[in-house]
Ligand binder design. Sequence first.
Ligand code: ATP
Ligand code: MG
Length: 880
Amino acid sequence: MLKPYGLNELREMFLAFFEEKGHLRLPSFPLIPQNDASLLLIGSGMAPMKSWFTGEQEPPRKRVCTCQKSVRTVDIDSVGKTARHASYFEMLGNFSFGDYFKKEAITWCWEFLTQRLGIDSNLLYPSVYFEDAQAFEIWKNDIGIDPERIVKLGKDDNFWDHGSGPCGPCSEVYFDRGKKHGCGKVGCFPGCDCDRYVEIWNNVFTQYNNDGAGNYTDLSQKNIDTGMGLERLACVCQGVGSIFEVDTIVSIINKVSEISGISYKEADISDVSIRIITDHTRAATMMICDGILPSNEGRGYVLRRLLRRAARHGRLLGIEKMFLSDVCDVVIELNKNAYPDLIDKTDFIKRCINTEEENFGRTINAGLSMLSDLIDELKATGKSMLSGEDAFKLYDTYGFPLDLTLDILAESNMNVDTAAFDMHMEEQRIRARKAREALGDLAWAGIELGLDNTPTSFTGYEKTSDTGVVLAIVKQGEICSALGEGDEGIIVLDKTPFYAEMGGQSADMGTICAGNALFEVTGVQVSKGDKYLHSGKMRSGAISAQQTVSAEINEQRREAIKRAHTATHLMHKALRSVLGEHVNQAGSLVEPDKIRFDFTHFSALTKEELADIERRVNEAILNGHPVTAKETPIDEAKKLGAAALFGEKYGDIVRVVTMGESVEFCGGTHLDNTAKAGAFTILTESSIASGVRRIEAITGFATLDLLHASRKQLSSLSEMLKAGSPEELSGKIEQNILIIRELKSKLDSAISKEADDEARRILSEARDIGGLKVITTIIKGASVDTDKLRQIEDTLREWEAGVVAVIAAVKDDKITIMAACGKTAIEKGIKAGELIHGVTKICGGSGGGKPEFAMGGGKDVSKLQEALDTVDELVKKLTT
Ligand code: ATP
Ligand code: MG
């Protein structure tokens, strides 16, 4: 009888087994590929080890085993529908780099499954590549499998090949789950797409090299790469119906059931939703833990898509509140022993999921109802294709990504006219570009320059002044031959030391001279053809096209920009160290001694985090790291671990700027040593969009200026408060606060005594009407204070249950009226709100309130007395 090992137990058994066979156990690599731009996410055990397979890099040992976190986006659509696919799963693997080969791999694979785990060998079927006689012989002779049971499969199934590089035949092991899971078709045998025979283990023998053109040569180093899905193995060992029912995952299923109140296996459709939520929350939790944040591109988009799908399936189950982070709690609980990172990052992961769910919730309702109307409409007219225009509208106004629309439509067997959708997207791009052009962005001026495509040569890394030839001149948007004194315009040079506004760094300023002609440069931009456009004003003389000129930048400004730019790199590094690797630059502005830096992060930074970042940057400055810039091929730069901007296009050769631990792709100008940046100070930290934070900071002289200004402020405050020195200031302020508090309490009691006296006086003048005490009075003058008036009304009501008091205060021809009614008066049917309503209407105003108290205003002072007189009338009417 097979022992139903738990998932966590199986992971350990596998790794321990291969350790016994001389393998080095390594922890899972992160889901984000390191130094491999060809992959979005890690989807197999071998993916992070490519360079060990090709021999490019030396592995730590020739035998390695891992349990690798894997995400396969290609399987997302199968999730919930098949019993064996998850978008996130763990892949167990044993690897040999030029060490053991087929025989050992097959023997150990079989030993582990049948002896260590005790799986019935009659339920296991090996498969081999049809031309791989060697593997066939090993299964037949060494293992002793009946040749009838060894399945020969073709290239599609059993030859692992991915373009150029190492490749080779595979040998898989299938598990027979029994007839009831089968499709029943003739030829349903291992390799069939149904759920009867599940592939659990794949052994890849990478023995050839593909030159990319389909020519295979023997590799000098023969490797073993195996992969076995941990969830699938658990499913087999535990004898359950699908990977969703294995011991750990089923707890997540149960949580989703509990939240939705729908039991699993009650109805097929809701089961799919429950499985999708379970799977996607698992995937999202692990992805965020590894530093991926939801975004509109790349792996961030995969994450966003998973979270949105999970949230939407929650709605399909009728869940109306936010619920994903509760599901995430269970995922973390089940995985925290194997992945302890989850414990430290729990808060962060949940906050991230919450934010995404909340944002999505805001747009989805409106979009969903529009889409369901559209679906009804299609059904009614017998159509099944949603127009591109409608899909675009969903995208544009409701933030519905196309794949979500497709997902929802697929449930009703409908589709989208994607070609038309793409056309609308393209039109939108053109509109956006036109809008930019309309803004008169200088960079577009290059289109009309009529020049060749040779880029202006930038000599500003080495020089602060240089000579150049004027290639063109633009005045008032037109090409012209010269600029004269007082003219504003643009000078285009073939060579320049001026840095143009680029990558967030501000442009240089300075002068362009020829003889006594002087053009003041106030902005520099690069045109489409990479020409440098210097814009500014002719201060004296004239400059014409084809003239040789000398261009000189303002060095002080440049130095201050360098300080800020170097400090920006140090801050970027410090942010990643303090907050985590999910921090990515989302925009930056580098001005003289001033930095504005936007980055992805989910919550406000704490005071401690900010202090830590500030300290680390200053430490790196004080350490005086040399700053070096080097042009290298992009692949080499990536190997150095240079931080590239996601989504940014880079050429084959990139410039890499290194200082201390910071390595970045950057074309900007930098100091030669970090120490020259001066003191770095963070001014503010704020949120600018969901998941994007902004820090504003200063360096160099700006910090000094801030210090001076603060000092000046302190000493003028000290003077004002008569503190001998700033050190005495806080003592003085405390003293003053005490004095103010005492005075305020004296004042309060004086006011309340005054109000009491006033109330007593007013009450003594009250008229007795039908047993009630009616007061109508007008107070005039500058001393009228509505707070005091209100207090008087409250006091009157407290003292006299039969009071009906309407008091009007007139100040600068403006009337404020308050009315209060005591308990007895209210019982007789008099309501302060009605009194105010009636009175204010007569004197040209309005107001209202409750039966016990109400207030309002009026404008016509001449009608005030007449208005107040109506109070007496009303009381008489109600009391007689
Ligand atoms: P299938 O044909 O069933 O999708 P595959 O051929 O894509 O499997 P491999 O690429 O050989 O699988 O991956 C190695 C092992 O990883 C498989 O034998 C299986 O145990 C596991 N595996 C692959 N894809 C998934 C998935 N989406 N969910 C869970 N386990 C998986
Ligand atoms: Mg697959």
